[in-house]
Ligand binder design. Structure first.
Ligand SMILES: [Zn+2]
Length: 201
């Protein structure tokens, strides 16, 4: 890093510089913004940072972010218990929720199959999906992995795994921006992809 300040200010510039998508210039700008902010605001930010690590965990059932053993969606008995939508990350749950097309439950894998990075099925929350399908309550699994190579590989693996269980397995309709994340799709496009989902096994 070429920008050098003294002590605490330099520490802050370096910490900001470690955040995703933040280059040295942005890190510097953020550090000076903090330096010029009210103490009250800085305390609120520092508290928010600490609290998120202290309070937020992952749901024991679906892997979504939660502040208890169960997330708000798994706790909600009004949700359609016959459907599970499989997504890669908690942010994808938010993207699907925004469409208001889906009222079922989720299963969050925590990533996607990516041989190039050495991530295989065992590194994802795939095993914990199977017990959820054994009670007979779930009749459809909707696979909503990202429309990119890793998402495709993950979907293919899941379809093969689930095909013998006698449950309807469906995938989102095409039309999502290829190569991106689910979260980049606008609500209307993602909503349509849900509505037009096709059965694959
Ligand atoms: Zn949950």
């Amino acid at each position: 890093m070429s920008l050098l300040y003294e002590g605490a200010l330099q520490d802050l510039v370096e910490e900001f510089g470690r955040l995703p998508g933040i280059g040295p210039k942005s890190a510097q700008r953020m550090a000076f913004y903090i330096l010029q902010s009210d103490s009250v605001d800085v305390d609120a930010l520092a508290d928010a940072l600490k609290e998120v690590k202290r309070r937020v965990r992952f749901c024991d059932i679906c892997g979504n972010v939660a502040e208890d053993e169960k997330c708000v969606i798994c706790k909600d008995e009004r949700r359609d218990q016959t459907m599970i939508c499989v997504v890669e990350e908690p942010k994808d749950v938010v993207a699907v929720e925004r469409t208001r097309e889906f009222r079922g439950l989720y299963h969050v894998l925590g990533g996607s199959i990516d041989p190039m990075s050495g991530i295989g099925p065992d590194d994802l929350r795939i095993k914990s999906l199977l017990p959820r399908l054994q009670s007979g309550a779930v009749t459809e699994v909707v696979i909503a992995t990202d429309p990119n190579l890793e998402g495709e590989a993950t979907a293919t693996y899941l379809i093969r795994l689930l095909s013998s269980l006698g449950i309807t397995v469906s995938r989102l309709a095409s039309g999502l921006p290829v190569g991106g994340d689910l979260e980049y799709a606008d609500e209307v496009t993602l909503g349509r992809a849900f509505e037009g989902r096709r059965t694959v096994s």
